[in-house]
Design a protein around this ligand. Sequence first.
Ligand SMILES: Nc1ncnc2c1ncn2[C@@H]1O[C@H](COP(=O)(O)OP(=O)(O)O)[C@@H](O)[C@H]1O
Ligand SMILES: CC(C)(COP(=O)(O)O)[C@@H](O)C(=O)NCCC(=O)O
Ligand SMILES: [K+]
Length: 258
Amino acid sequence: MLLAVNIGNSNIRFAVFKNDSEVITWTINSKPARTEYEFFAKFSNMYKPFGINKEDITDIVIGSVVPPLTMNVKIALKKIHGFKPMIVDRDTPGGIIQYSKQMGTDLYANAVAAHHLGYEGKKIVIDFGTALTFLAIDEVGEVTGVIIAPGINTALNSLVGETAQLPEIELKAPATVLGRDTVTCMQSGMVFGYLSMIEGMIDRINNELGAECTVISTGGLGGIYKPLTDKIQFDDRLHTIKGLKLLYDLNKDSYNKC
Ligand SMILES: Nc1ncnc2c1ncn2[C@@H]1O[C@H](COP(=O)(O)OP(=O)(O)O)[C@@H](O)[C@H]1O
Ligand SMILES: CC(C)(COP(=O)(O)O)[C@@H](O)C(=O)NCCC(=O)O
Ligand SMILES: [K+]
């Protein structure tokens, strides 16, 4: 079975692909940063609660947007499993075309998954991570462009951290756009404010491309925003990690695990 690991700025997501339809997935926090020894200790007992034997894992792929963690995770997993995980990034052949020399691996994996997973027409992938990103890819697999904005929790933490009187809030839609107490005022700003950005950006991208793109969301908070708009057609929290799996499958024949 393939273990795919997506190292994000907030979470490290793991997914074990038992077969095409059954995926077991869990996350750990990315912070604080850990050494290879700390990861080794943490990962050693990680599979048991999910009914997975470490011997069942025959292949590992890692994608990361946090360079200081990448090697530590790789070395720890190599020690546990006895073979070398494949690290993929924007230079790993993925059957798509993109021109950025800086593109984060999660954005690249989002593009690969959007292209290969059977979505129709031009696509927009919205990733609700530490950053909020939008990626557009056309029918032949050429990435048209990307937008990077502050992620929702990132913006909220900054707002709460920089003010004396604003509390932590639950991210849920309030009953009305105009609030009458601090919590509902903030909920409106975060939920409807970001929703307006999301809907506005989708319209702007569609206008720029002269097309009605299929919109797919992923990342921790996609599940909160998708039900609030008909502009997002699909939410798949495993979208990025499916992209990492595709990159592994496309390149495993030329990879030496030993
Ligand atoms: N199931 C969830 N419910 C609420 N918040 C979540 C959930 N999963 C992740 N988050 C939050 O959403 C943000 C983005 O998470 P994630 O997509 O895992 O980010 P990244 O890929 O940048 O590590 C983080 O602030 C995280 O704490
Ligand atoms: C934009 C990102 C910070 C998103 O990371 P995430 O929110 O998933 O942790 C990451 O893809 C990144 O660091 N990219 C490098 C810059 C670029 O893509 O152009
Ligand atoms: K992400």
